[in-house]
Each structure stands twice: as C-alpha cells, then as structure tokens.
Design a protein around this ligand. Structure first.
Ligand code: GLN
Length: 313
C-alpha cells in the first residue's frame, strides 16, 4: 500500500519555483515548447488582455500594473535565454499559464506555509516551463474550478480532477496524467467492511466531486453529506456525524495518516482518470499541454514528481 510522505524538504525549492525565481531550471526542454508554439497562430492579445484585467479585479491575485510589468521584464530575460515566444500561445494572461485549483487535496495540491505545492503544482510548473510560460496558481473552491476555466479566468483546472462525461459537456480535457481511485474511509471499529455496507449509512463527501456525485446516485441524496473540503468530511467522520467518507485514495491516505482511529477499506469504489480541464475549443492549449505531458511522461519527470510526494511502502 502506498503511503504519503509530505516532502517538507521540497518546500523551499517548490516555493522558489512557484514564485518564478527558479530560472536555473528554465532551460530544460525548451525546444519542444518552441515546436508546439510554432504551430499556434497569433493570439488576439488585445481582447484577452482586457478580459483578463476585468476578471482578475477583486481577486486575491490582482496585480498592479507595476507588478505585472516587473514580472514581464523578468520573463523577457528568461525567454531570451530560452529563445521561446510564449505570447504565441493564447492564454488568459499573456506569457502566463493560469492554473485553477483547490489546494486542500494532498498530495496533489496543498499548502506548505504560504505556498501551494503538490503533484499538480509541480506538473503544472513543468508544463509551463515546456511552453515558455510563467505559472500562476489560483486557489478556489473545487466547485469553482470549471467555472473559472469556462469564464476565461484560468487556462486550466488542475486539481486531481476526474474526467467525467458531465464535465466534458462544459470543458475539454488534456490527456490523463494520473489514475485516481475513490476510496472509503471508516472508523477503525466500523461494521462497514465493503461498499454494499454503505447502504442506509450517512456518507460524507467533498462537494461536487465524483465521490459526491456517485454516492448520491448509489446511496441516495438524503444519505450524503457534502462538505466544502475533504478534510471537513473526515473531521465529521471522526466526530461521528457521518459513518464513512468517500474520497480520492491519495487524500484519503493523507487524512487517515493525520487523524487517529480511521482506516481505508480495501475495496475500491471507483477508478478514474485525472486530467487538466481546458476551455472548450482551446485546442491549441490542449495540444500544447498534451505535447508537454507526453514529453514529461517519456523523460520520467512525471514519475519523479509522483515519487517525490508519494512514497511506496
Ligand atoms: N477526483 C475528484 C473529482 O474530480 C476529486 C477532486 C478534488 O477534490 N480535487 O471530482
């Protein structure tokens, strides 16, 4: 069984990467980014710029003009080194890959001090590097991620997000980069031993996740209690307010590790694919992200990132 070890030592490194200070690593694989970008026609920057300005207003990540130009000039320096032309890829903010996530989902995305770290954060950084873009992570409720993507506030949702038919109606997805499993957490002394035993029990889930959707379908809405965060559902289980929690396997492992008296059932409830959600019709970005993911899979980077956050026992 796999166990999560939150790699504390990576904090400083990842923090540096997220703030864009890690220019030393920027020269990796830039050539493929060029290839991808070369196929993409000029973005209509003017229109997108103004949209981005509007949508970022009031958000925590609102940047003043001086901030923006400061970071732009940093980028220019880095871009010169790599010789890429990030502005050729159409993104919400020119030269920036904006990722929407819900940073309460360890080991995929969570906070270490003030920084969002995790498998998705590292993969997004690696993808952004390949595409010659700066990564910006926006934290929001899981429920808001697809909306942020469809409304043009974020380029991609990367949040351990499962590809589902329903979501495919509102967004496109990249190729899958990981497998997710819906797991069941119960109290150590629970009489629930298999999925069928959940009938008639109170089930805690994270709002709008596949665990929420499937549990309501299979066990009835009246038996499902949806919480904003997975950790809140686990707390409710600990307090006896629900009898079980259905949640993705890796967060389940992390939560059980940090909470006494809980265990994960051996039986898996559902097996799923995680992928990046991208606005419908933005095939240039889907292709660019897919190209980057393929290279990162082939050169072992994705596996390295996974191994950094998930240590097999
Ligand atoms: N994989 C689940 C889903 O896509 C949960 C993701 C999450 O909570 N971040 O619904």
């Amino acid at each position: 069984m796999k166990k999560l070890i939150a790699a504390l030592i990576t904090c400083t490194l990842t923090a540096a990467m997220l703030t864009g200070c890690g220019s030393a690593s920027d020269d990796t694989g830039a050539s493929s980014g060029q290839d991808v970008n070369a196929e993409i026609t000029q973005a209509d920057d003017t229109e997108k710029e103004s949209e981005a300005d509007k949508t970022s207003a009031g958000g925590e990540n609102t940047k003043s003009d001086s901030d923006t130009s400061a970071s732009d000039s940093e980028n220019t320096a880095a871009d010169d080194e790599k010789g890429t032309a990030p502005s050729e890829l159409k993104t919400v903010k020119e030269g920036v890959l904006t990722m929407a996530t819900n940073a309460a989902f360890p080991p995929y995305e969570y906070y270490e001090s003030n920084e969002i770290v995790g498998i998705d954060a590292d993969i997004a950084k690696a993808v952004a590097d390949k595409l010659g873009l700066e990564l910006k992570i926006e934290d929001m409720e899981f429920n808001s991620i697809i909306i942020a993507v469809t409304q043009g506030k974020a380029d991609m949702g990367l949040a351990g997000m499962t590809v589902t038919e329903e979501r495919l109606e509102s967004v496109d997805f990249s190729d899958s980069y990981a497998t997710g499993i819906q797991a069941v957490i119960v109290a150590e002394d629970s009489d629930i031993a298999k999925i069928d035993d959940l009938s008639g029990k109170k089930i805690g889930v994270q709002l709008a996740t596949t665990g929420d959707i499937y549990a309501k379908e299979d066990f009835g809405e009246e038996n499902v209690e949806a919480y904003n965060k997975g950790a809140d559902a686990v707390m409710a289980l600990k307090q006896g307010k629900v009898d079980a929690v259905i949640i993705d396997n890796q967060p389940a492992i992390a939560f059980v590790k940090s909470t006494e008296g809980l265990k994960i059932l051996e039986t898996e409830y559902a097996v799923e694919d995680y992928a990046a959600a991208i606005a419908k019709g933005n095939s240039a970005l889907v292709e660019a992200v897919n190209g980057a993911l393929t290279e990162l899979k082939e050169d072992g980077t994705i596996q390295e990132i996974v191994d950094k956050y998930i240590v097999s026992e």
